[in-house]
Design a protein around this ligand. Structure first.
Ligand SMILES: Nc1ncnc2c1ncn2[C@@H]1O[C@H](COP(=O)(O)OP(=O)(O)OP(=O)(O)O)[C@@H](O)[C@H]1O
Ligand SMILES: [Mg+2]
Length: 297
């Protein structure tokens, strides 16, 4: 039901394709060639050197279609967060361009609140209730209280926290706080969810539960997700595509399609296909890490 071609096809006509970008790192040849794809994100030779001279990213070219679940994987310092922040418009590239739905990132954001960024730590207001935390982006946008409350109630139900609407964050477990953070991201009804190691600080079982819930959300809301993790297993379980990066300087070295059906279940995690993908990623990650070690010597 959540087959990727379902999600992608049927959105992309009449949106003015053909900007002549000349990108493509051998992507787009997955199962079922799909001509009607609509690019949600285009990273066009975007690179980043920080003001202190650190070259965080060599020019990156990356195209992400609507409805994809793309994971950025790679050793520490390879520029995953830098790339994600540039996609979010939180950080400007030193050179190159980034487009969201074919518009420069800043314009795309100004035109609508279509994007949500979820950080590794929940960053909640400790003095405010769960519902007040989740309502924050709507309050900031000036939405009426009645409309906002209805949206908050809906999204809390979605992440399984309806019963905790009046609780303070400190009364919640780490996993529940992370759900609040995700709810706050979803309450603006974004089409694009950018997540930087959102479950990195959680125990394995909680992480897996949230991974499964996230996939359900992705399917139900037809989201486009860009997800950063250090976990190969998480990457295989979640993604339709994994982008492997290496460090010093940060760059994309390889891409992998995880052409496996959805919904993905716990059985998928113990299947031969899962091991196959995990092994490929492991080998690639080792290569990416060797590069890093050699460059550092
Ligand atoms: N504000 C900054 N100023 C200078 N250098 C920075 C800044 N932010 C990141 N860097 C450097 O840029 C490189 C890429 O950093 P980035 O945080 O994007 O990596 P990452 O892949 O997200 O790493 P991790 O897996 O540890 O989160 C690193 O060498 C880092 O030290
Ligand atoms: Mg990071």
């Amino acid at each position: 039901m959540s087959d990727m071609s379902d999600v992608r096809v049927g959105t992309g006509t009449g949106t003015g394709t053909g900007t002549g970008t000349g990108i493509g790192i051998g992507i787009g040849i997955g199962a079922g060639i799909d001509i009607h794809t609509a690019a949600a994100i285009e990273v066009l030779s975007a690179e980043k050197t920080y003001p202190d001279g650190t070259r965080a990213l060599q020019p990156v070219d990356l195209r992400i279609e609507e409805g994809e679940f793309v994971t950025l994987l790679g050793p520490s310092g390879c520029g995953k967060s830098t790339l994600l922040k540039m996609i979010a418009g939180l950080l400007a590239p030193s050179d190159g361009r980034l487009l969201l739905w074919r518009k420069p990132v800043s314009l795309a954001q100004a035109s609508a609140q279509k994007l949500a960024f979820v950080f590794q730590s929940p960053t909640l207001m400790p003095w405010a209730s769960v519902q007040a935390n989740v309502r924050l982006p709507l309050d900031l946008a000036g939405m009426s209280r009645a409309e906002a409350d209805a949206r908050v109630a809906e999204v809390l139900k979605l992440v399984g926290l309806a019963r905790f609407a009046n609780a303070l964050p400190r009364a919640l477990s780490g996993g529940m706080q992370m759900r609040v953070s995700i709810a706050r991201g979803l309450v603006t009804q974004p089409q694009l969810l950018l997540m930087d190691e959102p479950f990195g600080a959680l125990d394995e079982i909680t992480r897996h539960k949230l991974d499964a819930d996230l996939l359900e959300l992705w399917t139900a809301k037809k989201l486009t997700v860009v997800f950063v993790t250090h976990s190969i297993h998480e990457a295989v379980f979640l993604s339709t595509r994994v982008v492997m990066m290496a460090a010093r300087p940060g760059r994309v070295i390889e891409e992998f399609r995880i052409d496996e059906p959805h919904p993905r279940t716990a059985e998928f995690m113990v299947s031969p296909q899962f091991s196959h993908h995990a092994r490929l990623l492991q080998t690639s990650l080792l290569r990416a890490s060797v590069d890093t070690t050699e460059a550092a010597l």
